[in-house]
Design a binder for this molecule. Structure first.
Ligand code: HXC
Length: 271
């Protein structure tokens, strides 16, 4: 299954084609696979977007490609942004507001991951992933907060399911994502009164992604047969959940974790 969306997405979609007209989505990790497709769906449905990453060239190239999906769309690519540094994000917010006028929605998707057993996982390696995934999610909301409050915005943190049980060689990521869920819970309660909604999406095994490729073990039973819904997930599955959670259809939904995994974690996950 391809990893980018086309205009066919609008034709197949249950959503109105211009549902996000006039809105702006701010996406960390937006040049990566899952967050890129989340961005594409929002842009196809009328939003403008800014994607942020550390790699200037990759981020700019992805922004140009996403912008071409819809005539009239504006997509900024801001490279050299490190979510571990809140000032770096604040500068990106200022540039976004100067160029696109506002921020309504935030996807905190920047993540770091590698497989490492405990004995070969240094304190700095553990801290690096906590800093990118957890501190990075905090910093992203921190930097966008004034825009979110002003525009009664919404935030999606990209979480995971691997901390629902013990996954070897992923102690750093599991700890970080558990923290992301906890951060979302607390902020949903704190920021609800000012009109800001926060939710997590927890993808399961998603095909053609860096995470999926790295983490899928060889198994006797093909993984698609293990998944209760009988198939590996697609980036479009994550995009659809994103469109729902930001939409008015979810206006009473905050503090939730949408697990989008075909039921896999219920039977013990893929590792
Ligand atoms: C053990 C490792 C390692 C590895 C890095 N380190 N890679 N340790 N095994 N494979 C250690 C380093 O030795 C160092 O510790 C510390 O981690 C920091 O490494 P740096 O390279 O200095 O950090 P940095 O340049 O910031 O890179 C961060 C990174 C990198 C996480 C290590 O891989 C990265 O930025 N990746 C981003 C892209 C990515 O991974 N995306 C995948 C997301 S998929 P010492 O002690 O030597 O100083 C995903 C799916 C999640 O998140 C869930 C799926 C189900």
């Amino acid at each position: 299954m391809p990893n980018t969306l086309t205009q066919q997405y609008i034709q197949d979609s249950v959503w109105k084609p211009d549902i996000y007209k006039g809105k702006v989505v701010f996406v960390t990790g937006g040049a990566g696979t899952i967050c890129r497709v989340q961005t594409e769906a929002m842009v196809l449905l009328g939003a403008n977007a800014v994607i942020l990453g550390r790699n200037e060239q990759k981020t700019q190239a992805a922004a140009k490609e996403i912008e071409q999906l819809r005539p009239g769309a504006r997509v900024l690519g801001l490279g050299n942004v490190d979510v571990r540094k809140v000032q770096s994000l604040k500068e990106a917010v200022d540039k976004t507001v100067a160029e696109l006028g506002r921020i309504d929605y935030v996807i905190a998707g920047a993540a770091g991951n590698f497989l490492a057993d405990f004995n070969h996982l240094s304190s700095n390696a553990f801290k690096t992933v906590i800093d990118i995934d957890l501190l990075g999610s905090f910093n992203t909301v921190k930097a966008c907060f004034e825009q979110l409050r002003k525009n009664k915005g919404a935030v999606i943190f990209v979480s995971a399911t691997l901390h629902y049980y013990g996954v070897p060689f992923q102690s750093h990521v599991g700890a970080a994502k558990a923290g992301v869920d906890a951060l979302m819970n607390a902020l949903a309660v704190e920021l609800g009164p000012v009109g800001v909604r926060l939710n997590c999406i927890a993808p399961g095994l998603i095909g053609n992604t860096e995470g999926g490729a790295r983490l899928s073990p060889p198994t006797e039973v093909p993984l698609d047969q293990k998944v209760p819904l009988g198939r590996i997930g697609s980036t479009t599955d994550i995009a659809d959940s994103t469109v729902y959670l930001f939409s008015p259809a979810a206006s009473y939904v905050t503090g939730t974790i949408s697990v989008v995994d075909g039921g896999l974690w219920q039977i013990g996950g893929f590792l």
